[in-house]
Every structure is written in structure tokens, then in C-alpha cells.
Design a protein around this ligand. Structure first.
Ligand code: CP
Length: 306
């Protein structure tokens, strides 16, 4: 399926061929991520962020500006007429008439799909509810591909809040296009939802669930860490029970492969020790920097085609 005019709602909508096309385009875009390429001159991207964001929103904006396009939008409910009671549907209808592509983040599950059903221009899901953050998953997979030159035959540990971190679902879905071993590590109450476990089983993925990093550390090529998503806990008491229950430190990585890379979608709270930043393992800042070329590639493919 061609990327042109395509909505980007869920990782499930993209196959291996789509992803390799995106990654190859992103690699090319790395040459222009700090300069300018006027291929989207005259195009406008609208950002509708109903939840806070630093990386996703600003890297989309940087990507569009680097491609010669323009951006407009808002970064909070308070900054839009939603604060006066306007509906999501009406807001999307407005943005549809003002722009060529809409990038949306929302707390509600299905908000991006709802927006895509209303809009005539392509809609990109920049994170909705607790289950979908497809462009972050694309960025994560791209970073792995850039670090290792492949994704197949790697063992990938995902540590942290596997229940409420939406990128975990999107990343696992995306990785199902590759031959990887997944080691899912979390406290008991943050284990992945039944639907995700069923998905991995249905897709025949090689996965296992663990309580401690030490159980699997020595076999990992990638350690992907996600923070505990305090804002998505239905019960604050449950959050209090698990907060601070894991932390990646230089000491906790003793016994890891020399080639291990540590990724994190960021923001971090306290789950990755700042002392790790200066070690050879830390690749999370490169990962967030690659968000610009990756999103440049995505915007180019959706708005201009192959
Ligand atoms: N990784 C990520 O989604 O970061 P932001 O919330 O800052 O966009």
C-alpha cells in the first residue's frame, strides 16, 4: 500500500515493506535534519495536542519546517476553543479546512481514528489513550535498525510499565513484522494486558514475561525502558505501590553484552539513572534526535508520495 495520503493511526496498519521504505527514507533525511529541503513548500501541518508533549510535537514541527512546510496548532486544551466546550469533531473539521495534514494527541482511546473518519486530509496519531503511539514505535524500531543495521535476530527487553505505556503496545505490534525475541520485564501489576499477550501468541512471537531485569540481562541486545505512567493509573494507591520499583543504573547493567543499547522514549522520571547517560549503553538521546528525520520521512511519504 502506498504511503501517499495515508492516515497513521495504529502500528497494525504497517507491514515490513512499509517500514523498510520509511527507514530508508529517514536515513536519507538524516542529511537534511539540520538544514532545509523545500519539498513541502506550501503545505501546512496542524498540530492538535490535547495532552502535553515535548518530543513528539516539536520533532513533528521541526520536521515540517525542515521540509519547507509551515505549522499551526495548539499544545493544550486550554489553548483551544475546546476549553469553551467545542467538540473534538468540530475542532477537527476546522483544522481539516486550515491544513494539509493533522497530527493529534489525545487522552481518549480511538480519538485519532475518530479524527481520521472526519477529516479529508491525512491524520497522524501522536498518541491516544493507553494503546497507540505508532510514530514513537516507528522511531524506536528505526533507532534499533540504525544501531544494528537490522532488527531481525535481536533480543529486545522491554522494562517498565507494560500495562499503561501506549508505546509498548505500538512497539510490540510493529516488532511483530520482524523475527525478534521479546523479554517483557515489569512488576506483576504492570504486566501487559491480556489483549497484547493474545496478540503476541496469535502472531507466533517469541516472548516471555519476567519480574526482574537480572533474569534476562545477559541475553539482551536492546533494553527499552518506559516510565510508570502515573497519569493513566485508575487508582492512585496502585501507583504508590509500584512507583520507584525499578531503576536502571550502571551497576544493574553489570553482566550485559558489550553491545547492549538502552533506549527510552522519554520523558524519564527516575527509572534510568542519570549516571547511565555518559556510558556506551545510552542511546536514548540519539533516539529522540532521530525523531526529526524519521518524521521528515513520514511527512514526505504521506504528503508527497514515494
Ligand atoms: N516520547 C514522547 O512521546 O515524548 P513526548 O510526550 O514529550 O512527546
Amino acid at each position: 500500500m502506498t504511503w501517499l495520503n495515508r492516515d497513521v493511526i495504529s502500528s497494525l496498519d504497517f507491514n515490513r515493506e512499509d517500514l523498510m521504505q520509511l527507514f530508508n527514507e529517514a536515513k536519507e533525511m538524516e542529511n537534511y535534519a539540520k538544514s532545509k529541503l523545500n519539498i513541502l513548500d506550501g503545505k501546512i501541518m496542524a498540530t492538535a495536542f490535547f495532552e502535553p508533549s515535548t518530543r513528539t510535537r516539536l520533532s513533528f514541527e521541526a520536521a515540517m519546517l525542515r521540509l519547507g512546510g509551515r505549522v499551526l496548532g495548539f499544545g493544550s486544551v486550554e489553548a483551544s476553543s475546546v476549553a469553551k466546550g467545542e467538540s473534538l469533531g468540530d475542532t477537527i473539521r476546522m483544522l481539516d479546512s486550515y491544513s494539509d495534514i493533522i497530527v493529534i494527541r489525545h487522552s481518549l482511546e480511538g480519538a485519532a481514528k475518530y479524527a481520521a473518519d472526519i477529516a479529508t486530509v491525512p491524520v497522524v496519531n501522536a498518541g491516544d489513550g493507553t494503546q497507540n503511539h505508532p510514530t514513537q514505535a516507528m522511531l524506536d524500531a528505526y533507532t534499533i535498525w540504525r544501531e544494528y543495521g537490522r532488527i531481525d535476530d535481536l533480543t529486545i527487553g522491554i522494562l517498565g510499565d507494560l500495562r499503561y505505556a501506549r508505546v509498548v503496545t505500538s512497539l510490540v505490534q510493529l516488532l511483530s513484522n520482524f523475527k525478534v525475541k521479546l523479554r517483557l520485564i515489569s512488576p506483576e501489576i504492570l504486566r501487559p494486558r491480556r489483549e497484547l499477550v493474545d496478540f503476541m501468541r496469535m502472531r507466533g512471537m517469541n516472548y516471555s514475561l519476567h519480574l526482574n531485569l537480572s533474569e534476562v540481562l545477559s541475553e539482551l541486545d536492546v533494553l527499552y525502558v518506559v516510565r510508570i505512567q502515573r497519569e493513566r493509573f485508575p487508582d492512585p494507591v496502585e501507583y504508590e505501590r509500584v512507583k520507584g520499583s525499578f531503576k536502571v543504573t550502571p551497576e544493574s547493567l553489570i553482566g550485559a553484552k558489550d553491545t547492549l543499547i538502552v533506549l527510552h522514549p522519554l520523558p524519564r522520571v527516575d527509572e534510568v539513572d542519570h549516571r547511565l547517560d555518559s556510558t556506551k549503553y545510552a542511546k536514548y538521546f540519539r533516539q529522540s534526535a532521530l525523531g526529526v528525520p524519521l518524521r521528515m520521512a513520514l511527512l514526505k511519504l504521506v504528503l508527497k508520495g514515494d
